[in-house]
Design a protein around this ligand. Structure first.
Ligand SMILES: Cc1cc2nc3c(=O)[nH]c(=O)nc-3n(C[C@H](O)[C@H](O)[C@H](O)COP(=O)(O)OP(=O)(O)OC[C@H]3O[C@@H](n4cnc5c(N)ncnc54)[C@H](O)[C@@H]3O)c2cc1C
Length: 418
């Protein structure tokens, strides 16, 4: 890269997505500053299930969901809940979300997500190798969806068909095969869907921190300020405004997760971004508990994720916006179920956590340039897949800022697609 094609880049947001963008850009020769009042990875990126989910190519809205939703909203154990006070604001997003599950949209979105998700594992591998990030932070053990009934497993037929159509490797395991991989699981699981090429992190925030350390090691700056707005000149950004001051930048990457919509709106792009709130509880390891990889328990739609500090039980999608306080009752109710799935798991919870998945209704992120302002680029809305897609998003954003043809077509992820 020549000196004239480098830029002063401001990255808004130090979640896993912003940090991956910043690291890739800094390594490409730009002068990059991340702005975030929080330390790297402390928001939504802190508490996820840690899966680099190369099998998650289908949208979260599906043809079956329509029928299931009314019962789910009434069931206190279901993985879906709605904070009714937030309903009037969320209603248009919910309508778009349901439409995304119609068979034609489902197929199209799957087709559009497959190349992005398919590049995710390799992109992390490349980024980690390039910056000598400790390879032990990511396990290459794949992940499982385990089922207690063949009937429930049958509901994955559309997902399995989509995986097969897009050449994502998977195996259907019987009870014995599952036991060989996960001897610590309860004996009443009868089958599982195994995605062997996925990865998982040993602690979600540790990978973001490692990428942030590499970024700073290359001379990248992290400033603990919230960006109020982006200052524009005739040729694009002049800088970002924090505490009333303009801090110079000629390129801006908006990667503020679930908080990105107001910044996009200031820049002329109205985007419906919902916070799909999700929870975890952490149960410290106890002797004899064995969990080698993340296991999604199909019947309960919760995940048992092995982390350094314990078994993280993640679950739930709560449509509740950014401002309402967390309601931990539902995730707490999962503990006895988790203990039945993983015998020997302790009874004490040492952390309760909630995060805001930044979600567009069609389950696709926004990755691409602003249609209104040259030099502004968006990288947000990764929903359930921000960890998975962070490294590949960083690569795409770096290509866009360099004026190169993106290595994956980005038209499906443009901000004005609705
Ligand atoms: C329970 C749960 C389980 C999950 N499991 C998985 C999983 O297994 N695999 C997977 O891939 N994904 C998973 N996810 C999703 C994943 O965690 C998110 O998609 C991802 O963390 C989003 O990253 P982000 O960088 O976009 O946002 P965040 O991590 O939320 O970071 C956004 C940052 O922007 C900052 N910010 C906001 N406004 C401003 C501003 N004006 N100026 C400066 N900074 C600002 C915030 O302080 C924050 O630090 C899960 C999510 C949840 C909730």
């Amino acid at each position: 890269m020549t000196a004239t094609s480098t830029h002063d880049v401001a990255v808004v947001g130090a979640g896993v997505v912003g940090v991956c963008c910043a690291l890739t850009l800094q390594a490409a020769g730009h002068r990059v500053t991340i702005y975030d009042p929080e330390p790297p990875g402390e928001a939504t990126s802190f508490g996820n299930a840690g899966i680099i989910a190369n099998g998650s190519i289908t949208p979260y809205s599906s043809p079956d969901l329509w029928r299931a939703i009314p019962a789910m909203l009434l069931d206190p154990m279901s993985p879906l809940s709605l904070r009714w006070r937030h309903f009037p604001r969320a209603a248009p997003w919910i309508a778009q979300f349901l439409a995304a599950g119609l068979p034609k949209s489902f197929e199209r979105i799957t087709r559009e997500m497959a190349p992005l998700v398919g590049a995710a594992v390799q992109a992390h591998d490349d980024l980690m190798r390039a910056h000598r990030v400790d390879p032990a932070l990511v396990r290459s053990t794949g992940y499982l969806m385990a089922y207690r009934s063949a009937q429930k497993f049958a509901t994955t037929s559309l997902v399995r068909k989509s995986l097969a159509d897009h050449n994502v490797r998977f195996e259907v395991l019987d009870a014995d095969e599952l036991r060989q991989l996960e001897p610590g699981l309860a004996r009443d699981f009868v089958t599982a869907l195994y995605i062997p090429d996925g990865g998982s992190v040993v602690e979600s925030v540790a990978l973001t921190r490692a990428y942030a350390d590499a970024f700073q090691g290359l001379g990248g700056q992290i400033k603990p300020h919230a960006v109020e707005r982006i200052e524009l000149g005739p040729d694009g950004p002049k800088g970002v405004v924090t505490d009333g001051q303009v801090l110079a930048a000629d390129r801006v990457v908006v990667a503020a997760g679930a908080w990105s919509a107001p910044l996009a709106r200031q820049l002329g792009s109205k985007v419906r971004l919902e916070a799909k709130r999700g929870y975890h509880i952490n149960v410290p390891w106890s002797d004899g508990v064995v969990l080698n990889r993340p296991v999604v328990v199909g019947e309960g739609q919760y995940t048992l994720a092995p982390m350094r500090d314990g078994v993280r039980i993640t679950g739930g999608v709560e449509i509740g916006g950014l401002d309402l306080p967390p309601d931990y009752r539902r995730i707490r109710r999962l503990l006895p179920h988790a203990r039945a799935s993983l015998p020997g798991l302790g009874e004490s919870i040492d952390r309760e956590w909630m995060g805001h998945r930044p979600a567009l209704a069609d389950s696709k992120p926004v990755i691409g340039p602003s249609p209104h302002h040259h030099g502004v680029v968006y990288a947000f809305g990764h929903g359930h897949l921000g960890l998975t897609l962070s490294a590949v998003t960083g690569r795409l954003i770096s290509e866009i800022i360099a004026g190169q043809q993106p290595s994956i077509p980005i038209d499906p992820y443009r901000i004005d697609r609705f």
